[in-house]
Design a protein. Structure first.
Length: 333
């Protein structure tokens, strides 16, 4: 398995440790971020580049800004314009765009002047900039704005669902949220309405269910539009790994797909599930419980993050530290 490295700051400089807490890349950068696709963004002085997991610079630190690698390319900024580098450091898309999004499904939305279009990974304009807004491709279709309305195009730039919506989301699990007469419903990829627009709020489908609002409360429907978990929550998040975070008044917990409260709705806040642990807040402090709701790591931290390869970044007494799944520090200053 590829080793995971974690950024640390020591005497004002950034480097990386491994999951045992041993320094793997010496702290000699002015800033450093987490690795993505095997490379991490670092800064030397005011400029940004990328290193590999051996600590070698593979993309020279010569850019005004840089963003994580996605699908083998990273957006970089030069004099307020955007282009792309590959993982050998080659500028494969010239920095000539006014705005740009990361690559998604092989294409990236880019803005020239006031119009958006799409480029491929060679930097070729495959869909000319003619849209007022353009979103990432999701499931082979992208949400775009023509005139004052939103519709969907395919990867050849052909309009497959006409621009007639005031508000809409990208496709997820074959369906997309659209707004009709200020209510939300769902269409399929042919543009047919499959779940009638009757909700004041609706979210994208995730793991077969979607959050909707009915009578000021939140519940979940399936892809047929059937109410699976009735609206009784004051807030609800999408399902992830079989669980969804929900809230009643100011308390949070988790439910499973049958609506059973797996983690009681009693915490001041909850965050992500990662590697079978769930971060929860009690009286302003964060800790981790297991899926049975039992504290594995007591709530003593000001901030926490998800576990990656058995290690999580936490903030204790205004200092960043890393802990293992027993709650022991593997790195602290």
């Amino acid at each position: 398995m590829e080793k995971v490295l974690y950024p640390i700051k020591l005497d004002g400089k950034y480097g990386y440790i491994d999951n045992t807490g041993k320094i793997s890349i010496e702290p000699n950068f002015d800033y450093a971020e987490e690795f993505s696709e095997g490379l991490a963004m670092v800064s030397i002085g005011e400029n940004f580049g990328f290193i590999n997991k051996e600590g070698d610079i593979v993309v020279e630190a010569e850019y005004d800004d840089a963003y994580d690698f996605r699908e083998g390319l990273a957006m970089v900024e030069v004099n307020g314009k955007y282009g792309c580098v590959d993982n050998t450091g080659k500028l494969v898309v010239k920095a000539e765009y006014d705005e740009a999004y990361d690559f998604s499904e092989g294409l990236a939305a880019v803005k020239l002047g006031y119009k958006w279009g799409y480029i491929d990974k060679e930097g070729k304009a495959v869909i000319e900039p003619k849209f007022l807004y353009a979103d990432d491709f999701k499931e082979d279709l992208a949400l775009v704005q023509s005139g004052g309305k939103l519709g969907y195009i395919d990867k050849l730039g052909k309009e497959v669902i006409g621009a007639k919506y005031d508000y809409a989301y990208g496709f997820s699990e074959g369906l997309a949220v659209v707004q009709v007469n200020s209510k939300y419903g769902y269409i399929n990829k042919s543009g047919d309405i499959v779940i009638a627009p009757k909700y004041r709020e609706a979210s994208s489908f995730s793991e077969g269910l979607a959050v909707i609002e009915g009578n000021g409360k939140y519940g979940f429907i399936n892809a047929k539009g059937e109410m699976i978990i009735s609206p009784k929550y004051d807030w609800a998040d999408n399902f992830y790994e079989g669980f969804a975070a929900v809230a009643i008044k100011e308390k949070y917990g988790f439910i499973d797909k049958s609506g059973v409260e797996i983690i009681p709705v009693k915490f001041d806040n909850v965050d992500t599930i990662s590697e079978d642990l769930i971060s929860v807040e009690v009286n302003g402090k964060w800790g981790y419980i297991n899926k049975a709701g039992k504290f594995i790591i007591e709530p003593i931290f000001d901030e926490v993050s998800k576990f990656v390869d058995g290690v999580a970044k936490v903030v204790f007494e205004n200092r960043t530290r890393y802990i293992n799944k027993n709650g022991d520090y593997i790195w602290k200053l």
